[in-house]
Design a protein around this ligand. Sequence first.
Ligand SMILES: Nc1nc2c(c(=O)[nH]1)N[C@H]1C(S)=C(S)[C@@H](COP(=O)(O)O)O[C@H]1N2
Ligand SMILES: [Mo]
Length: 311
Amino acid sequence: MLIKKAADFRYSEITPKSVYLNRRKFLAAAPAALLAAREAFSPSGRAAAASLGGLAKSPFSTTEPVTSEQIVTHYNNFYEFGTSKDEPVKYAQNFKTSPWTVSVEGDVEKPRKLSMDEILKLAPLEERIYRHRCVEAWSIVVPWVGYSLSALLNQVKPTPKAKYVAFESFFSSKEMPHADGIPFPYVEGLRLDEAMHPLAMLCVGMYGDPLPPQDGAPVRMVLPWKYGFKSIKSLIRIKLVGGQPPTTWNIAAPSYYGFYSNVNPNVAPQHDQRMEARLPYPFRNHPTLMFNGYGDQVASLYAGMDLKKNY
Ligand SMILES: Nc1nc2c(c(=O)[nH]1)N[C@H]1C(S)=C(S)[C@@H](COP(=O)(O)O)O[C@H]1N2
Ligand SMILES: [Mo]
């Protein structure tokens, strides 16, 4: 997705090498050190945080095979911590995610500043196994933990003026010296009806544990029918607004990345989107489905819209 520096530009289908190198490293270390420490350490190398107990299963979950936690925690897009896939896991480990507050503001009756504790208790936590499709044409299947964003929005009560939701990530150049490639803070947006859709998830964990920093700790969005870049990480602000908010990749390259960014195999402003590489498989082996296979649930949100124009 890098566009700023021509020399750096690689629309890499994926970088299978790093996946396999990381995997090999992991497997090599497994017999000795890691197996001994297995109880205390997660594959991301952090001391395992208290696991998130009592998770309700979600009817939205896919039965497709879940991608290994090792891959999902070591192959990341998080430009605040570097632009290559193996940098976030290295540079985000000391990211301070506590204390943390998310401000919910704008055109709402009851604006709130929520602590992480309040976010964790706002609604029953569910495990939802969703497909995740990056615009770079790789995909993963992840057991996220969280609940529908609508649970939070209903508490703050959007006013009739609210038509869109603007999201903002944490940013600090001091804590994120490797940030590069795009303007910061990272911002995203949804139409209010998209944000209220039950599939739109406020996510606090994965694989039964709190989110690791490289995957957007302590709280992020997950929008399975849209390209991955809509699923903004390390959220600090949610603002209900009247007009369509700016979004980071649209600012960086408007002809490639639109506001909607619904997964669409038939629209390819940048590159062919018909096939994807389901990790760890390094080549495109899997047909990409309209709305990433969530059309039954979300297609009606876009009834009557020209999705070639509104990409
Ligand atoms: N703040 C922020 N959020 C972000 C990104 C980012 O660089 N910064 N990258 C996006 C992209 S392109 C993808 S594919 C997903 C990756 O999520 P994962 O690393 O947990 O798989 O996060 C999205 N959210
Ligand atoms: Mo992405």
